[in-house]
Design a protein around this ligand. Structure first.
Ligand SMILES: [Zn+2]
Length: 492
């Protein structure tokens, strides 16, 4: 039993309808990484009636959950977090907590008729689950694959993917009110059962219709709103509840980024008291998942906006989301390049040539970043293109990295050659930089994802690609039916 639960064990009537409370309910939504449960807020029927608003909230944060690796408390630990799902030109794509993308659907890679009348096909899958499903479908249709082998997904090539994220709407706001009320009932069970909260509860249940201009109980905190105390964890949620005779209120912050204000109105309380709950969605044990404190400083009450004016909201939410995305990418960087910086710096005893070779080997597992740089380079090239020829070059480079479905890493031979060249040039640039002294993490990051790397790509790799493309396109004009693979063979 959680020690936090001890103080309220005697309240067993639903705060909404007075019936006996149901089973243990999550105070913070399980789908957003809430682990702490409590039996003293709502009955089973009332709790079930909140399913759709909690679901709406979960859907809005599903992509962020996936990118961060937040496991829903309803998903068994062994299954792990559900990756973020997006769309690409090649179909559904997922991205896990390390930023590693995988294509979901099965893809036929090779098919040939054998002399004995059988057909040999190679198909790749994004996951074992997708493979099992495909196997069942094949068996149901009477085809029995006789031999199968697990094949790795593309580890380098990733098509551009789109992830849809949208926030807001009345269900999301009501879900936020529900969370605030859960914590109020948890800390002040008596207060949560007073008649003054009747309207607020109707709002949570969706039974309160607001008239034009009537203040809402929940709204997105404006940019200049006094901020919450710093979160205990980088991507933590926070719930602040304040009992105040002048007006009780709450603040709810999702993923240290999205701030909402909740107004409970005037409740029968004599003194000011506040509790802050820090929820770490990446922490599995309920005890460590929630840290409760009595903050000395916290934002004062804000009065609800009296109009439904939402102008500026889109911009506000957009900039918050971009901030969060940047933090998530920083997290991916750290988890993907662990040990790389030390290894690069410790090549100092090598001579220049050996050093470059050693650096190439160290960078090899990070080829994905080289591809990333290549794309950034193409974008830059396209933006700065003043003439048709440069525009054409940008088109060609983009086509160069079109997915090659028959290859394990999704790269055509020419693209792979370009990647190797990029890797080599980047390694040489890093080796030159290392001559001046050890690299910092910031410098390494600039090399592999930012300005330094793009500079190398633009000034050294692009001319190389241009030369090769000239030959390839020249040959294609002469032999339009030959494949790109054959072009390479014919280049002297
Ligand atoms: Zn009830």
């Amino acid at each position: 039993m959680n020690p936090l639960n001890a103080q309220t064990t005697r309240y067993r009537d639903c705060i909404y309808c007075g019936q006996d409370t149901g089973s243990e309910e999550h105070l913070f939504p399980a789908s957003l990484g809430g682990r702490l449960t409590h039996k003293g807020v709502s009955c089973g029927a009332c709790n079930n009636s909140f399913f759709d608003i909690i679901q709406a909230l979960a859907t809005q944060f599903a992509v962020i959950n996936g990118m961060l690796g937040v496991r829903s408390d309803h998903t068994p630990k062994r299954k792990g977090p559900r990756p973020a799902e997006g769309d690409s030109a090649l179909g559904k794509i997922t991205v896990d907590a390390k930023g590693k993308p995988s294509l979901v659907g099965p893809r036929l890679k090779k098919k040939e008729a054998l002399s004995n009348g059988n057909v040999q096909a190679t198909t790749s899958f994004g996951s074992m689950k997708a493979y099992q499903k495909w196997l069942e479908e094949k068996r149901a249709s009477g085809i029995v694959p006789i031999k199968s082998k697990k094949v790795g997904e593309f580890d380098v090539f990733v098509p551009e993917a789109q992830f849809c994220v949208g926030f807001g709407g009345s269900k999301m706001l009501r879900a936020t009110a529900l969370i605030a009320l859960n914590f109020l009932a948890f800390k002040w069970p008596k207060l949560a059962r007073t008649g003054e909260l009747q309207n607020f509860k109707c709002y949570v249940k969706g039974k309160l219709l607001l008239k034009q201009g009537e203040p809402r109980s929940v709204w997105f905190a404006p940019t200049n709103a006094p901020s919450m105390p710093p979160a205990k964890t980088q991507f933590g949620h926070q719930v602040l509840i304040v009992a105040d005779p002048a007006g009780s209120y709450a603040r709810v912050r999702f993923f240290s980024t999205f701030d909402l204000c909740v107004d409970f109105g005037r409740l029968p309380t004599d003194e000011v008291e506040a509790f802050l709950f820090d929820i770490n969605p990446l922490e599995d044990s309920p005890q460590k998942n929630v840290i409760q404190t009595s903050p000395l400083e916290y934002p004062a009450r804000l009065l609800p906006p009296s109009t439904d004016d939402v102008s500026g909201h889109v911009e506000l939410l957009r900039s918050r989301r971009l901030d969060l995305q940047e933090k998530i990418e920083a997290k991916w960087w750290t988890s993907n390049t662990e040990g790389l910086l030390d290894a690069l710096n410790s090549t100092s005893s090598h001579k220049m040539v050996e050093r470059t070779l050693a650096i190439i080997e160290l960078l090899r597992p990070h080829r994905g970043y080289v591809l990333w740089l290549g794309r950034a380079g193409v974008r830059l090239l396209r933006e700065s293109a003043q003439d048709e020829a440069t525009q054409f070059l940008a088109d060609c480079v983009e086509e160069l990295f079109a997915p090659e479905l028959n290859e394990d890493d999704g790269l055509s031979e020419l693209a792979r050659g370009t990647m190797e060249e990029g890797l080599f040039l980047l390694a040489s640039a890093i080796a030159r930089k290392l001559e001046e002294g050890p690299l910092t993490d910031h410098q390494l990051r600039l090399f592999l994802t930012g300005t330094d790397g793009v500079h190398v790509i633009m000034t050294e790799v692009l001319p190389f690609v241009q030369e090769h493309l000239k030959k390839a396109y020249l040959l294609r004009q002469i032999y339009p039916h030959t494949s790109r693979h054959e072009h390479d063979e014919e280049i002297p």
